[in-house]
Design a protein around this ligand. Structure first.
Ligand code: GTP
Ligand code: SPV
Ligand code: MN
Length: 613
């Protein structure tokens, strides 16, 4: 594979941005694509790329009536989720990545990946994808440019980010941008036929925080390849936030209006596949309450001049877990998808050109499963991969808040941390203050899910639901959170302007393994309690772990739940909490001197309340 002297498209760039041009040239010379396409984000481009992907067998169009302008994709069975083992933070100093990240020296990673990229786009098209995370109208628009050799990535980026010519124009000649290089790592020899889902067994998802640079190789899937999402908005974003005094978080954002017309904004950090999309689009079951969506996965939060913490969703689409999504659980997601213009990856296809997945009502008699095989309700395997996803424009969400495009964001009243725990963690607990809330976040635990490659159902610490996404030392990250708590406008430390912090768990189980709490729309009852705590009207029990609702303080009107279940879902079992102490101690010890002393003090105070030596 020798470099061709002319790469089609290199000379026809629709920009004169010197740094961008130089970077595209450098990458093209290294990766040797057949041609370069500068993506404009137009409807025509979408139609051309989807048609090409259909012709090549990578996409199957769905029924135009049921799913207009929507497509079904199946990945290589080995390329189905984020690869945390292959994800690296290549900071200059190893200490700036540890102890929760994989690390390699930047020069070494670059040497290694340069050899992987050499010729890796042969026989393919190099797409240049200019994008912006958050509104382009922002004071400092957060530009990025992804170079990719995957048309699937281009069309996904068009849904997930503000992307195209208008971004390139806004960048002018000198705007800063995050360069994000992606190759599926599957060069084609002359005349060699492509496969439906090209990828490589060798995968690296690398971040160079000092340079604000992303290099991804080998995977075409989600968080590994849509580099504006986890790589930019969380890993690089968190480093920017550390340096500039803001927070990049794995959080949903919602607006809640009470029956009295009072408006509140809530963010929620739950680990991957633990309920953010569902809560963000919640349809309350209690009368008079209204939820509007602002974001379902990522929040950028900074203080406004009024001293309140404001959150913006940097994304433009929803990349949601398909299984479990249904008219009963998440009707607003179903309505969003019904408008079409969506990609479905690794779900099952019905014989009449629709999609189906586990949890979507009764299974049809026959399906084509995510591996392309015949599937019937008697099959032993799931029809859809547990991490199968829909990718759909957020603007199609019928309850999208009118503040979605506001570059200033929305002022946050409450932050929820949450995990997936069968035991121990009550339905909702209010933190005593900011530092206690940061302790709750820093010790958050959850059972692993199919969103990342690896074992499912193992309890691990997932601080602020950011374990796989903190782009620097997690001890420094905790300190940053503590410092943010001192930064509210009136400078008075535990400021009344700070959001209150709560810890939720929708996933506690009974002795038979069933969920103790019905979840989904019924979670509005918990949101109501949260708001009433802000307003000072709901009762709570002062327990060793924080303030937990009294059974009477939760609005359970019309809910089929026994008093026994309510007691069980709210229970604080001191023995279970004592059993957590050694795990938390071991977790904190990982961070050595980096762990803020106030978090050790929180642990000591908890131990004292639990009567632990
Ligand atoms: P990522 O996109 O991976 O970051 O995940 P997410 O946090 O947005 O998770 P999502 O809302 O997509 O939910 C993941 C899974 O949990 C889906 O199968 C949901 O149906 C299920 N789920 C969400 N909310 C609840 C709930 O309140 N109770 C129960 N039992 N399951 C829920
Ligand atoms: C997650 O895993 O938290 C996701 C999906 O939101 S992905 O974009 O693949 O990371
Ligand atoms: Mn996520």
């Amino acid at each position: 594979m020798t470099a061709p002297t002319v790469i089609m498209g290199l000379e026809q760039a629709p920009t004169t941005h010197p740094k961008l041009l130089a970077w595209v040239r450098e990458v093209a010379e290294l990766t040797t694509p057949d041609s370069i396409v500068w993506c404009d984000g137009s409807e025509a481009e979408w139609t051309r790329l989807t048609s090409e992907l259909v012709a090549g067998g990578s996409l199957v169009p769905l029924d135009a009536e049921k799913r207009p302008n929507s497509f079904w994709a199946r990945t290589d069975p080995s390329d189905v989720a984020r690869v945390e083992e292959r994800t690296y933070i290549c900071s200059v100093d190893e200490d700036d990545a540890g102890p929760t990240n994989n690390w390699m020296a930047p020069a070494e990673m670059k040497r290694l990946m340069t050899e992987l990229y050499r010729g890796s786009m042969a026989g393919r098209t190099l797409y240049v994808v200019p994008f912006c995370m958050g509104p382009i109208e922002a004071e400092n628009p957060m530009f990025g440019v992804e170079i990719t050799d995957s048309a699937y990535v281009v069309i996904s980026m068009r849904i997930m980010t503000r992307m195209g010519s208008h971004v390139l124009e806004a960048m002018g000649d000198d705007a800063d941008f995050v360069p994000a290089l992606h190759s599926v790592g599957a060069p084609l020899r002359a005349g060699e036929a492509d496969v439906a889902w090209p990828c490589s067994p060798t995968k690296y998802i690398s971040h160079f925080p000092e340079e604000r640079l992303i290099w991804s190789f080998g995977s075409g899937y989600g968080g590994n390849s849509l580099l504006g999402k986890k790589c930019y908005s969380l890993r690089i974003g968190s480093v920017m936030g550390r340096d500039e005094g803001w927070l990049a978080e794995h959080m949903l954002i919602l607006r809640l209006t009470s029956p009295q017309g009072r408006v509140y904004h809530v963010t929620g950090a739950f680990p991957s596949a633990c309920g953010k999309t569902n809560l963000a689009m919640l349809e309350p079951t209690i009368p008079g309450w209204k939820v509007e969506t602002l974001g379902d996965d990522i929040a950028w939060m900074r203080f406004g001049s009024d001293g309140r913490l404001y959150a913006v969703n940097p994304e433009f689409g929803l990349f949601g877990v398909a299984p479990g999504t249904d008219w009963r659980t998440n009707p607003n997601a179903m309505r969003t998808l019904a408008k079409g213009n969506s990609l479905f990856t690794n779900v099952a296809r019905t014989d009449d050109g629709d999609v189906w997945w586990e949890g979507m009502g009764e299974p049809p008699a026959h399906l084509t499963d995510w591996k392309g095989n015949d599937w019937t309700p008697d099959s032993d395997e799931l029809s859809s991969h547990a991490n199968s996803r829909f990718c759909t424009p957020i603007k199609q969400c019928p309850i999208l808040s009118d503040a979605y495009d506001d570059p200033r964001g929305v002022p946050i009243d409450a932050i929820l941390f949450g995990g997936r725990r069968k035991t121990t963690i009550p339905l909702v607990t209010e933190a005593r203050d900011w530092v206690h809330g940061v302790y709750m976040g820093a010790t958050l635990s959850s059972e692993t899910t199919a969103a990342a490659v690896g074992q499912v159902g193992v309890v691990r610490r997932d601080p602020m639901a950011m374990l796989p996404f903190i782009g620097y030392n997690a001890g420094d990250y905790f300190r940053h959170w503590i410092e943010m708590g001192k930064g509210a406008g009136d400078g008075a430390g535990q400021s009344a302007l700070l959001p209150k912090i709560f810890y939720v768990n929708w996933f506690r189980r009974d002795a038979d393994g069933g969920f103790l709490w019905p979840g989904y729309g019924e979670n509005s009852r918990v949101l109501k309690w949260v708001i009433e705590r802000l307003e000072g009207t709901a009762a709570a029990v002062d327990t060793p772990i924080g303030y937990v609702p009294t059974p009477e303080s939760l609005d359970l009107d019309g809910l089929e739940i026994t008093p026994e279940q309510v007691r069980a879902v709210l229970a604080v079992d001191n023995d279970e909490w004592r059993a957590e102490i050694p795990q938390v101690t071991e977790w904190f010890e990982k961070f050595g001197d980096k762990l803020p002393g106030v978090l050790w003090a929180e642990l000591d105070a908890l131990k004292a309340r639990l009567g632990v030596e």
